[in-house]
Each structure stands twice: as C-alpha cells, then as structure tokens.
Write a protein that binds this ligand. Structure first.
Ligand code: MLT
Length: 327
C-alpha cells in the first residue's frame, strides 16, 4: 500500500511539473556573446518561433559574454534545472575543451542536450580599405605585411577565433597578425567596418549584409565547396579551392539545459524546437543569412550529444596543432 502511495505521489509531482511548465516565468536563452552578433541572431529568431510552438513560452534572450562563451556555459551548467535557463551556443561547446586547460563544467556530463538548430558557413573578410580584391591578393598582402596587421575575434574558443587559428595555420602565417578579442563579432564587425581592425573570419549570418553593402570586403568561404545556392556568396571561392587542402569549417548551433532538468520539460522543449525549425518565417530569416537549418538526427537529443562528442574529438588535435592554450 505504502509503495502505491509513493508511486502515486511521484506521478502527481511529475504531472504537476509537466503541466506547470512553461508557466509565466521567462525562459532565458543565454547567449555567450554580445547582442547583435550571429549567435544572438539565431537566439532571437528561434525565440520568436518558439513563442509560437511552445504556447505560453515567455522566451527572452540574455547576453552573457566573456571568455569565448565559457562564462555563459558555466552559468547555465550551474543554473536551476527547471527549464527556464537554457544555453544557445555553437561550435564553442566542442572547441573550448581543447582551448581551456580548466573549464568549470563538463560539456558532455553537465548539460541536457536539447537538439541542434543550424549549420552556418563562415567567410574570411577584410576592412574596406584593404588594397586587395581577390583572395590571392589578400593572402599575398598579409604575407607582405606580416606583423603589421590584426585579426578580430570574439574571444578564445569563439567560432571567429577558431576559424582564425585554423586559417592562419593553414597558410603558415600563425604569427602574421595580432589577434584582437571582442565580446562578440557584432562589436568586432563595427571595428572592422571602421577600419580599426583589418581582418576577421565570421559567420555568414553576420557578414552577408556587410559584404553585399560593401562595408567590408569578402574574400573566401570556409566550407569545403562554394555556397553555390547563395545569391552572391556563390561568387566567392572556398579556401580549399584556393589551395588550403582539406579546409572545411562550418559553425553549428545547439540548445542545452542544465543536467537534471525533468524529462517531460526536456521533451516539451525539444518538440517545440523541432516545430520551430519548420516555421516558414524562421527558415526564411535564417536561410536568407546563409544558414542551413538542421533536418537530420542531430535535432534529437541523442544525435545532438553524439555529434558534439565527435566534434570535441575532431577539434582537439586541430586546435593543439594550431592553437594557443587559454589558462
Ligand atoms: C563567434 O565568433 O563565436 C560568434 O560569431 C560570436 C558572436 O555570436 O558574436
């Protein structure tokens, strides 16, 4: 009899929890970079779509920049696992273990994986004043001015930092440029447009408008092949096409909750996220910026976690070969 009562109480609590969520308390998408950047863009577009697919979901975006995204990740790993504090992060989840000797969280143990959102190509871009218009001239200019130029990124472990590391290593110009960190690639882009920094590697979601307007110069894309379906990025060569054998970097974004978030809440969030990825407005916005919405098993928690585990293993040797550790 007692066992029956305990089971009934547990079921009631679980049901109550599932019925109460999301409730009126805001659901925070914690974004590890400054507002206005590509990660923030994905978060705001997804929040708008999930307000429709999770009825009553009061989604807000909370920008918590610093340390290449690890401050935000630590904050979410240690947050109350009630489904109201979520992390929206990108490849940094897999790059930071190879760049930081000590993280305050374990990527594969301290989070519930809620599914992946999109894949985003990157572009190598320069300030408008650069006296180069083709990738070949651009690379030659960097070599001819070794030590005199700088490259912006969003902190150690950010996508722009990782891309810069891999690209400079691939062209044997590891120390050709001084690196300038920002709280995100939104402020970095402002500095590039203003000519305060010279070069950056950033996601198309932040660069297509600036390249198209001529506020920055585009030189190449980081995917294995050209972005042949994009209205004008199709005219830019891939780094691989420019002789950087095997260069292939795409940034992906995923959603995470603190470990221990109740299973019914995780299911509600994953279901709502998958519906949001089918939302025509969300697709139009993201694809217009060069992003590719995830449609494979990475949308599911298990597929998401398996993919990140594989990415951690893949990136570690690449970073060690090219990177500098952050203490
Ligand atoms: C990155 O470089 O990691 C991101 O572009 C940063 C951002 O979203 O601002």
């Amino acid at each position: 009899m007692k066992r029956l009562l305990i089971l009934a109480a547990a079921a009631t609590a679980l049901l109550a929890n599932a019925q109460v969520y999301p409730g009126s308390k805001p659901i925070s998408f914690v974004v590890p970079f400054a507002a206005g950047g590509p990660t923030d863009r994905v978060a705001r577009d997804l929040a708008e779509a999930m307000r429709k697919t999770l009825p009553g979901g009061n989604f807000v975006v909370e920008n918590t920049a610093g340390a290449g995204g690890t401050i935000a990740a630590t904050k979410v790993a240690k947050a109350n696992p009630d489904g109201h504090t979520l992390l929206l992060w990108h490849i940094g989840m897999a790059a930071t273990p190879g760049l930081y000797r000590k993280l305050q969280y374990k990527p594969l143990e301290d989070f519930e994986y809620l599914g992946m959102i999109n894949d985003v190509p990157m572009t190598v871009i320069g300030k408008p004043q650069l006296p180069a218009n083709t990738y070949r001239d651009f690379e030659n200019y960097i070599r001819a001015n070794s030590g005199a130029l700088n490259i912006a990124h969003a902190g150690l472990g950010s996508a722009s930092h990782l891309c810069g590391l891999m690209w400079q290593s691939a062209i044997n110009a590891k120390d050709a440029m001084t690196t300038i960190p920002f709280g995100g690639t939104a402020p970095a882009m402002t500095a590039l447009i203003g000519g305060q920094v010279d070069v950056m590697c950033d996601q198309t979601t932040n660069t297509v408008a600036q390249i198209e307007s001529g506020r920055v110069k585009g030189f190449a894309v980081t995917t294995a092949g050209r972005l042949s379906s994009h209205k004008f990025l199709k005219d830019y060569p891939s780094l691989q096409e420019m002789g950087l054998k095997g260069f292939n970097l795409t940034i992906w974004h995923g959603l995470y909750a603190p470990k221990g978030t109740p299973a019914p809440v995780l299911k509600q969030l994953n279901d709502a996220m998958k519906l949001a990825l089918k939302d025509p407005d969300f697709i139009k916005k993201q694809e217009g910026l060069g992003a590719i919405i995830v449609t494979d098993k990475r949308m599911e928690p298990a597929g998401h976690k398996a993919f990140v585990a594989a990415e951690i293993a893949k990136l570690q040797p690449l970073i060690e070969a090219a990177g500098k550790f952050a203490d």
